[in-house]
Write a protein that binds this ligand. Structure first.
Ligand SMILES: [Zn+2]
Length: 260
């Protein structure tokens, strides 16, 4: 008897799953041909219905709804384990027009302690955890130098276009330390993915290079700046010598870590 009941439950679950799949398929077809206006109208109606329903629901109804939602999420997770490969396949089969828009709002909510900008509502405390740990971390203000502002935002600056194009080259050439991490790309094929295992750390060499080694990173800031610029130019042919020299001197002037 026990065995029979079990079979009946499994059969009933299978029936429900098949019915759910049929409904999802017919919904997907309907949505594939709906116009932009119809879609906006449908979403707005749905939002209204949801908000009315939730305003009137009792605590029990709410608990029930959340529990069903958790169950549905669990079923989805079990049915489609989110490996890199399955995510790539899912992406390949997706029709962009059928993906519902999700608008997160504007990033204009300011943390009262550190002025960092966030999305969404401000908490009652007025502070956030992810920027400054609710004011526990206090960082010095970011230094903005007119030359850097001009390179980044003034189209009339003769180096504006070049600097924006090669900005990562300049960043690397002027860095005081190199970045280290155990890079572990996911197996198989797919879109580019930068995955690391463990922590990201900065690799600092000794103050002076070893005999026969050319100075690099922080060591370049205690060398003659013309000589240092020549070494940086060897590392990347895309740098402009005059701008590299100018930026390294500026860096030595305004960055406490580079003041030799
Ligand atoms: Zn903050």
């Amino acid at each position: 008897m026990d065995e029979y009941d079990g079979t009946q439950t499994n059969g009933s679950n299978e029936f429900k799953t098949a019915r759910r799949a049929r409904r999802a398929e017919s919904q997907r077809r309907r949505r594939a041909i709906e116009s932009q206006d119809d879609r906006a109208h449908r979403l707005s109606q749905q939002r209204e219905i949801d908000s009315r329903r939730r305003a009137n629901e009792s605590q029990d109804d709410r608990d029930h709804r959340l529990s069903q939602q958790r169950e549905a999420n669990q079923i989805r997770r079990i049915a489609k384990p989110l490996t890199h490969k399955s995510a790539v396949n899912e992406l390949a089969n997706m029709v962009e027009a059928n993906i519902e828009e999700y608008y997160i709002g504007q990033m204009t909510t300011k943390c009262d302690k550190c002025d960092a900008l966030h999305f969404g509502k401000k908490p009652k405390s007025g502070t956030f955890n992810i920027c400054c740990s609710n004011g526990k971390v206090s960082l010095p203000r970011i230094i903005t130098h007119p030359r850097i502002v001009s390179l980044l935002g003034n189209r009339d600056d003769p180096n504006y276009a070049h600097f924006r194009l090669a900005i990562r080259r300049y960043n690397n050439a002027l860095a005081c330390a190199s970045m280290g991490a155990n890079v572990k790309p996911p197996p198989g094929q797919g879109p580019y993915c930068f995955r690391i295992q463990g922590s990201v750390y900065h690799v600092n060499g000794p103050l002076h290079p070893r005999p026969d080694d050319a100075p690099a990173y922080g060591q370049l800031y205690i060398s003659d700046q013309n000589e240092a610029t020549d070494i940086r130019m060897v590392a990347s042919s895309e740098l402009q010598r005059q701008l590299t020299l100018e930026l390294s001197e500026l860096y030595r002037e305004i960055n406490p870590a580079a003041c030799a």
